[in-house]
Design a protein around this ligand. Structure first.
Ligand SMILES: Nc1ncnc2c1ncn2[C@@H]1O[C@H](COP(=O)(O)OP(=O)(O)O)[C@@H](O)[C@H]1O
Ligand SMILES: [Mg+2]
Length: 267
């Protein structure tokens, strides 16, 4: 399904681990909407986005059903990966094909019937905006780090697959600039769901789903207080990101003060 044909994704409720119906009527996402999913380990976050990825029709352990544009998806959409409007990228997503980045992207482009070389370049350039460890077209897919792989697959889903819906399962932990990713996904009008433990990501999404015991127990919309905190937290996060890069590069940290922290000047 092409982006322009996608209008909405709807999740209809299932049951929690005890078999009780979960606490929402329907959750819908349109192009440009961002949603985060939070909850402790084992609370059912991955199961929730897997239901979306497989376009569940009451046939998974949770009993949820998914509608695309308000109706159950066609059999063709469920069976044929190229018709599926969804890309799922997880912490463990690795590409095991022994190909260079350039070959991998070119094969995907050919499958999608679009113009090749220039698009490979644009995709690698976009991926490199998401990661501090630069990707070259000549690198092998199998030697990319986790952060490089995820950055490349996000750029690939945006520019080559042109997938309208992206599901990202705990991808923030290593090596991607998450605010850049989210800004870019908004720019391309994607519907995005992040499973996350990251407070900044949880606070910059439009809505936040709370999971417990296998079920959705609440859907929150960040209020003014959270909105106001975001820019402050974003500064702290950028600072930590820079520190992380410097430490990884082997530098010694000497002078940088924390953002917002007054430097004590002694006379
Ligand atoms: N609604 C549910 N009913 C029954 N089992 C569930 C339900 N939701 C999740 N599970 C199961 O619970 C386990 C943990 O869920 P998972 O989605 O991996 O949690 P998380 O991603 O939050 O750590 C998995 O084995 C999953 O299949
Ligand atoms: Mg999980």
């Amino acid at each position: 399904m092409r982006s322009e044909q996608f209008m909405s994704l709807t999740v209809l409720p299932g049951t929690n681990r005890g078999g009780e119906r979960e606490g929402f009527d329907r959750i819908s996402l349109c192009p440009g909407d961002t949603l985060s999913i939070v909850g402790s380990t084992g609370s059912g976050k991955s199961a929730f986005i897997n239901d979306i990825e497989v376009l569940a029709q009451g046939d998974t352990i949770t009993g949820r059903s998914i509608l695309i544009n308000g109706v159950p998806p066609s059999d063709e959409m469920v069976r044929d990966p190229s018709k599926k409007p969804i890309a799922l990228i997880t912490q463990n997503t690795r590409v095991i094909a022994d190909l260079t980045v350039c070959r991998f992207l070119a094969l995907h482009i050919r499958a999608r019937d679009t113009d090749a070389l220039e698009l490979v370049k644009r995709t690698v350039t976009l991926a490199n905006e998401f990661t501090g460890e630069k990707i070259a077209e000549s690198m092998r897919m199998t030697e990319l780090s986790g952060g490089q792989t995820r950055s490349l697959l996000i750029a690939d889903a945006i520019l080559i697959g042109q997938t309208p819906i992206l599901l990202l399962d705990e991808v923030e932990n290593a090596g991607i600039f998450k605010e850049k990713v989210i800004r870019c996904l908004k720019h391309y009008n994607k519907a995005v769901i992040f499973v996350t433990h990251d407070p900044l990501l949880a606070m910059i999404t439009d809505r936040r789903i709370i999971m417990k015991n296998g079920a959705v127990t609440g859907v929150l919309e960040p209020g003014t207080a959270e909105r106001e905190m975001v820019s402050h937290i974003s500064g702290i996060d950028a600072f930590l990101g820079e520190l992380r890069e410097k430490i990884r590069a082997g530098d010694l940290i000497e002078t940088d003060p924390l953002p917002g922290k007054k430097q004590v000047v002694t006379a």
